[in-house]
Design a protein around this ligand. Sequence first.
Ligand SMILES: C[S@@+](CC[C@H](N)C(=O)[O-])C[C@H]1O[C@@H](n2cnc3c(N)ncnc32)[C@H](O)[C@@H]1O
Length: 230
Amino acid sequence: MNPSKDILETNFADSGAYDRRIRRFVPYYEEMMNSVLDCLPELDRPRAVLELGCGTGNLSEKLLKKNAFLKLIAIDITKEMVESCQTRLSQYVQRAEVIYADMMKFKRLNSFDYVVSNLSLHYPETHEKKISVCRNIYQSLKPGGTLSFSVMMESDAPESAIKTWKRWEMHVRRHGVTREELGDWRRTHHVADHPVPPSFWLEWLRGVGFKHCELVWRKTIFGTIQAGKL
Ligand SMILES: C[S@@+](CC[C@H](N)C(=O)[O-])C[C@H]1O[C@@H](n2cnc3c(N)ncnc32)[C@H](O)[C@@H]1O
């Protein structure tokens, strides 16, 4: 069994626990999702959106509520997350489809006006895998399309990395995360999360053809990037 798939299943198998935990471990969770959504304009005609790693559907539901014209395909690799998201979006069944799929393999040529993702694109373990996801996204977007995604990030400046992590730890402790929980988190973080600095993402996105690549939001170990396909 692929060890990182194993750890993903352990981390995300309980969708209720995930929703209770995420806002404590990411105190800027709402702000971060909004930074992804803010990259999309007001829609006045039907638009197709792909969401990668939808989890329980927190971003998906916001997207569908905000834009009545939007048609969403949301994918996730964890079955429990897919089921939870399907239940969550059941009132939007005409406009939303939730699919069990791996973002590493998912590609639909020139099919989407927007691709979005919240806290999921850092999971592919290697640089090559992340670049391959960037390429799949580029090919799946229609010309004129936009990608916006938030991820866990390393610092571009190694000398400030430790300070940045400490600041995040201070923020989560203020949100009630205990020392034991932080210890548990650190143990799985080393196996499951594979953050890279924003400069890596920007270079990879340009490399596969994206233009106007920009870091549009950043707080401690999290950031949001936007890029366009001309
Ligand atoms: C931290 S959660 C984020 C969920 C949701 N986007 C949110 O903002 O709450 C990461 C999600 O990415 C999914 N994921 C990780 N690797 C994936 C892959 N290769 N393909 C599709 N989904 C993946 C996990 O199953 C999990 O649901």
